[in-house]
Ligand binder design. Structure first.
Ligand SMILES: *[C@@H]1O[C@H](CO)[C@@H](O)[C@H](O)[C@H]1NC(C)=O
Ligand SMILES: *[C@@H]1O[C@H](CO)[C@@H](O)[C@H](O)[C@H]1NC(C)=O
Ligand SMILES: *[C@@H]1O[C@H](CO)[C@@H](O)[C@H](O)[C@H]1NC(C)=O
Length: 253
């Protein structure tokens, strides 16, 4: 009888010890007087975290106490912004090894990742640093504020990309048209063939131009040149005129 009672008491103590260990945020020790903290969120100064992103929080400790601080761990949680007692996520308990002598300062980083499943809205995040001194065990909550979970930027980027795709297709099509047109002019560039053949080709090319340049200045110029090109002497003038045409011919060079 006595033995089983003892066993039960022992078991209860074990459970208490284990649950005490797994919930370091339940009964936070008080801060040590004279210890001041500041924080930075280097990558997210606006406190807007994409769900699933790894967030670095830096805590700076200034030790105005007379004892050396032994920084042992940092832990945090993500809670309901309106009802803090509702814990949505406990971030990992990360052991630390740092000492801060009296009058000294130190900075330590903590990394946490709000779960990917959180919807974009307001939450509260609390981050606490644990430390001890010869006189006891303490903790300081260096961050306890509302934050915004925001949509993951890469998702927005992908959406934007899909919107851009048709536009890119159009641009590619236009580029292809210009390229093939330029290639045609490239073939027309004075070769070492006979002038007559050259002129003939030019007339054909000018006819093609007319089809897709109808109503443009280029079309008029082209037509004029076709007529003049029939006289072999004017061929060079014709080429010059084509080169003088702004948009298209510039790109041949
Ligand atoms: C998170 O920590 C709080 C406070 O210590 C505790 O009440 C809660 O049970 C923990 N939640 C989980 C899922 O461990
Ligand atoms: C610092 O704290 C840790 C954890 O409590 C302990 O193991 C270690 O001995 C301490 N170091 C010093 C120098 O007090
Ligand atoms: C954080 O602030 C809330 C009030 O907004 C408070 O209820 C809670 O105890 C604080 N948490 C810590 C760890 O200091």
């Amino acid at each position: 009888m006595k033995a089983s009672v003892l066993l039960l008491v022992a078991a209860a103590l074990c459970v208490a010890a284990v649950s005490g260990q797994s919930h370091p945020l339940s009964d936070l020790p008080a801060p040590l007087e004279g210890v001041e903290t500041v924080f930075w969120l280097p990558e997210y100064p606006e406190k807007q975290f994409p769900a699933g992103a790894l967030v670095e929080a830096v805590v700076g400790l200034h030790n105005n106490a007379n004892e050396r601080l032994n920084i042992t761990a940092i832990m945090g949680s993500l809670n309901n912004a309106q009802a803090f007692h509702q814990y949505y996520q406990n971030f990992t308990y990360q052991p630390q090894q740092a000492f801060v002598g009296p009058g000294e300062e130190a900075a330590v980083s903590y990394y946490f990742a709000p779960d990917e499943s959180f919807p974009p809205r307001e939450f509260q995040v609390a981050l606490t640093v644990f430390y001890n001194t010869p006189s006891g065990t303490y903790s300081s909550t260096f961050f306890n504020q509302t934050i915004d979970i925001v949509e993951v930027p890469s998702f927005i980027d992908i959406q934007g990309l899909f919107l851009l795709l048709p536009l890119l297709g159009l641009l590619a099509g236009a580029a292809y048209l210009v390229k093939s047109a330029l290639e045609r002019y490239g073939i027309l560039k004075p070769k070492k063939g006979t002038r007559k053949v050259e002129v003939k080709k030019r007339v054909v090319a000018a006819g093609e131009e007319n089809e897709w340049l109808k109503g443009t200045n280029f079309n008029q110029g082209g037509a004029k040149k076709v007529a003049k090109a029939k006289a072999p002497v004017k061929v060079e003038g014709s080429a010059a005129a084509l080169e003088g045409t702004p948009a298209v011919v510039k790109k041949t060079k």
